[in-house]
Design a protein around this ligand. Structure first.
Ligand code: SF4
Length: 245
């Protein structure tokens, strides 16, 4: 028996039309989230203008010291960490000294930075891993640095970016998180997702500098409570709900 051949209508759009649609959806989304390339470029220019020399404020002489200082900086100010590390790095000059320290003694040495028991475990664990797995050197790859105890992406980005100049991501600390939301560069609240959002809209060669600049702006002007908007050079670009002018 002969079968009737059914003509099926193709629902596929021509590929050019499809890519135009995709592009216009992307542009619409960007405009909605405040991440239109022109706006992002204007924000970066303003940050350059205000914080051309922004850098990491944790005192250190090498990648290892920066790693330890960054672990100690969790829930603590950089000023306090710098006060502690000034004597700490003299008493414990390298990874070996930290790895085989007496835990109760190290706890007292870093006590002023808070959470000193956890931090002692992280500092000693990371130092041992650096000696045993990485030949005494802080690794230069994000996958490797993340295997160190007490090290998550934020610490990894700080160390790789500042000590080695390697842009593996964007540091998202409390300031970068708050300012990314205020400046409408990300509408996420999870630091990992905010970092992904920022990595999509900020040019890679700017990642390291951008993190420092946003941290400086958060510390000096765009405070969590009562941002000093009158002193901010991004007033015209910012439409944060808690803007004070
Ligand atoms: S205008 Fe105010 S809220 Fe907006 S970025 Fe500047 S200081 Fe922060």
């Amino acid at each position: 028996m002969a079968t009737k051949s059914k003509k099926t209508k193709s629902t596929k759009k021509p590929s050019a039309a499809k890519s135009i649609t995709k592009k216009s959806v992307k542009v619409a989304k960007q405009a909605q989230a405040g991440t239109a390339p022109k706006r992002v470029a204007a924000i970066l220019a303003k940050l350059d203008q205000a914080y051309g020399n922004a850098t990491c404020e944790l005192n250190h002489e090498n990648a290892f010291q920066l790693l330890i200082a960054t672990i100690l900086s969790a829930q603590c100010t950089d000023v306090r960490v710098n006060q502690v590390t000034e004597t700490l790095f003299k008493k414990y000059p390298d990874a070996k000294a930290f790895a085989y320290a007496t835990p109760s003694e190290l706890e007292q040495d870093i006590r002023p930075t808070g959470f000193f028991r956890n931090k002692t475990r992280s500092v000693m664990g990371a130092s041992k891993a650096i000696l045993e797995k990485f030949g005494g050197q802080v690794p230069r790859a994000m996958e490797e640095i993340l295997t160190l105890p007490g090290v998550a992406r934020k610490t990894g980005n700080v160390v790789l970016g500042t000590a080695y100049g390697i842009a593996s991501g964007v540091v998202v600390d409390t300031h970068v998180l708050r300012l990314s939301n205020r400046l409408d560069l990300s509408r996420n609240e999870d630091p990992k997702k905010v970092e992904e959002d920022l990595m999509k809209i900020i040019p890679r060669e700017t990642w390291i500098k951008f993190s420092h600049q946003l941290i400086w702006h958060g510390r000096r002007v765009c405070h969590a409570r009562k941002p000093k908007c009158i002193e901010c050079n991004m007033q015209s670009l910012c439409y944060a709900k808690d803007k004070t002018i």
